[in-house]
Design a protein around this ligand. Sequence first.
Ligand SMILES: [Zn+2]
Length: 284
Amino acid sequence: MIYANLTSEEIKNLNKDHLVFVFPLGAIEQHGAHLPVDTDSRIVEAIAKKTEEKAPDKIIVLPTFSFGVAGGGYSGSITVSDREFKQIVLDVCKSILAQGFKKIFLLNGHGGNQSYVEDIATDLNVDFPYAVTIPLYLSGKRGTQALKKVGFKYWIRHADEIETSLMMAIDEKSVRKDKIVDETGLLKTKDYKPLDEGTLKLFLPWEYESKSGVYGEPSKATKEAGDFLFNEAAEELLDLITQFEKITKKIEKIEAERQSNNLASAAALESLENKPALPEEKAS
Ligand SMILES: [Zn+2]
């Protein structure tokens, strides 16, 4: 189901225990000269919707939140502060939970959001199970194998062969093929890699990392690879959602046991308190 297409009454009558909300989180950020600034948002929304098509009875897709914590320094990028990003995403999730729904899957498509998305999931789980997040799409075992299969050596970098292939699959005309350039990091050393992938982490402004705004080899992108990866990303997400449901079932069982133990110990305490007092011993 697509949340935005439903009426208020239809939403009220949904099965609140069963449904898993997928909340796509993107960004508006420069993606080199060959990809549009909403690349991250478009990819993550398309993966969410494709996954929903595979299991429309259990998945409900929220409208994409397209503003993320983006790097400045290039024209076109729009950023929100990390505090505001967290607050807005939290508010949306709490609005969903306040209606009685229980399961939210935060699907992030932008590296700069990731640590904040993890914070949001942690915050939500203090009061309300269950939110979950993944470190970007294609990051599970299935995703890793799929990337190997198409011959891509690296995981998602920026405006790279993966994002470019996916955009060719999702909306080919949005890719300016004549503008594609490869770039693999201005400051790379043995232990330092752009996007803080190495052991040495500097969290530098992106314009020091890349002249073109690209990090990767988009010239290796193909529509065939994109079609395959797009479907694999949706299959992987469906599998992750199934695992998430299994975990929530186990949590419910643990919670039920805890509550019945609490009730049993409260009852035991009450019966002790209500016991008639022992007769006082008489002094001999
Ligand atoms: Zn991106």
